[in-house]
Ligand binder design. Sequence first.
Ligand SMILES: Cc1ncc(COP(=O)(O)O)c(C=O)c1O
Length: 398
Amino acid sequence: MKRNAVNRQEILDLHDAYVMHTYFPADLVLVRGAMSRVWDANGVAYLDFSSGISVCNLGHCHPRVTEAIQRQAATLVHVSNLFLHPNQPRLAAQLAAMTMGGRVFFCNSGAEANEGLIKFARRWGHERGRYEIIAMQDSFHGRTLATLAATGRDKYRKGFQPDLAGFTHVPFNSLEAAAAAVNERTAAILLEPIQGEGGVIPADPAYLAGIRRLCDERGILLLFDEVQCGMGRTGSLFAYQHYGVEPDGFSMAKALGNGFPIGAIQVRQAHKDALPAGTHASTFGGNPLACAAALAVLETFGREDVLGNCRRMAARLWQRLHALKAAHPAITEIRGVGLMIGIVVNRPVKELKAAAQARRLLILTAGENVLRLLPPLTIDEAGIDEAADILADVFAHA
Ligand SMILES: Cc1ncc(COP(=O)(O)O)c(C=O)c1O
């Protein structure tokens, strides 16, 4: 009981008075989580199909991750990158073994990971006279100044101009547009294999393969932002593996620590010297505690068939959502891959999201007309059915 003794109004008042109002107002105060459920200050349980925006992919407070964090917190929390500790090289090796056998740099967030990718491309291009990065319209890469410049939506950049130079934006899923944009200054093409914030829009397989060919022909780098679509969301550990199109480097963050902040980039072995000693760093990057969390996450993927469960539960959910679409003409499309799903609706979705929350289901939006579902990959049949029933009720009363 004591653990839940939180005065909701007090928290709202403190937030209102002392926290910068950079986020849109929220009224739900969450105090506890266990796998697919979270509880509010009054002890009300919610089924969480938002997963902290694809962060708690294994579910809230997954026992293996919690145990690893507790153990490491009592052993060694932090040493600087002036020293080595066992967890960072082990984590890098694990990530390499599960992906493209490359080299890893650790940081703390998605934006910081993408900054690393951008710096990698700039440094790689420096001797070649190449510095421009072609990014996609409607993309989202983060809130730092370089990642804002990479982000393909004006609304995020508004008020922060001048933009960092060296970025151009082309329509996503248009190989012709990308090909036309490449010039002698181009260093890289950067894209999310599945655009998340932009509306849950998957790359066409032929497009992604074409982009790979284009980069090879023109001698430029292909960089993927896997911050949201990575870490098992698609039923493969990273979305590029789902497509079978390997980049030269990719970023990850969000679910890498299942809620413990950690980000990373991985580049191909061929580029191991692209950021030599002294050219890039991060104080907290890859510290013992963060790496312990991520190691436990990767171990859990192996031990609990998380990817298999994701694919099975995705099949069940997609079936229910297609039935929902058939019953409600307001739904114009179900799109996405695996458990990264957008329900496209022919009107604003804000109220539908609120209606789901009122029925104790937490979901997200992605733009004005898309409901976004990002359930934990460890969800079971009962959880899928419960969410689908709630959504059916929401649309029945919409
Ligand atoms: C594709 C993508 N890239 C980068 C980011 C930024 O990550 P962070 O908020 O950890 O900086 C996000 C966050 O939503 C994202 O979805």
